[in-house]
Design a protein around this ligand. Sequence first.
Ligand code: NAG
Length: 343
Amino acid sequence: MEAPRPFAREWCAQSLPLTRGSLLKLRVWELWLLLLDFGLNAELPHEEDVHFINEYVNVHNELRGNVLPRGSNLRFMTWDVALSRTARAWGKKCVFEHNNHLEELNMAHPKFNGIGENIWVGPENEFTASIAIRSWYEERKKYHFENDSCSSDCSNYKQLVWDTSYKVGCAVTSCTRVGRIKYAVIFICNYAPGGSLSRRPYKPGITCARCSKYDRCTDFLCSNADRDQSVYYRFWYPRWEVPRPIVCDPLCLFIFFLRMLCFSICIIVVLIIQSRFPNILLEEEMIFAPEVTEVEPEKLQEEDREKVEEVEEEEGDNKKEEGEEENGEEEGVEEESLDLPPS
Ligand SMILES: *[C@@H]1O[C@H](CO)[C@@H](O)[C@H](O)[C@H]1NC(C)=O
């Protein structure tokens, strides 16, 4: 086994004073972030954007194929979706540190263990994948191939040109602040298998001279159709990612369809029972019957009262008419006395 990876410090772009225009633009973006809760800048590519993937994979292969001294066993690199999802998930944290899940089983990749990682942080308007990757390559000036030593940090360079690494996945995330840099972007590339500082990153010699016997030479690098096959891990994503993306794996789909099936069966059973046993509706009537008998007498009573009142009024009117005819003044006195409040 290789010596433990002394995970390296990140390369950090100089934070430059932002112009007023870009500041305003970024403030608007911040508002947008607030509205969406989280999301990617429209200007920043998504980690599964084909142009973005082509750009960083090509830059990696270009730099790896042209190392000095010449490399004889560097592998061709291809894209890996799981590595890019891990890069995205860690980038979302907007921290200036290495991912602490890289050595954990199934946490950074479903198949590989011991993932490599390079991080670039800088102002958003200065970012392109090419600039970031080339800045890692610039660390070669601090690396002495003869005695395998670094005059200062060169871990990003060693990972970039690590011979056995053949899968790469990167992601870029915008952050309101990373360390001292405001309105920063964080660009992360993950590599499998990961590199280390324990030895020289590759064997020098004629290009492709030390490829395995099943390999071909592509752009001065060892390629292999089987090894470079792209695997789309559809349902894998880092478990520690927050917020968790909504992913419905086969089990989730199975449960969903099982529920739909049960629901449909219930409906069918109800329909069959209703058509087979139409008398089952009688039960419904029986249940509602007591309520009906309770309500009706009240109505009847009310109707009766109304009728009685009508009759009484009619009788009263008749009496009044009779009384008025006989002595109208007496009636008026009686009514006044009735209207007075009791003293
Ligand atoms: C390695 O070699 C370089 C120059 O060739 C030298 O500057 C450096 O001090 C050497 N480092 C070690 C650890 O010997």
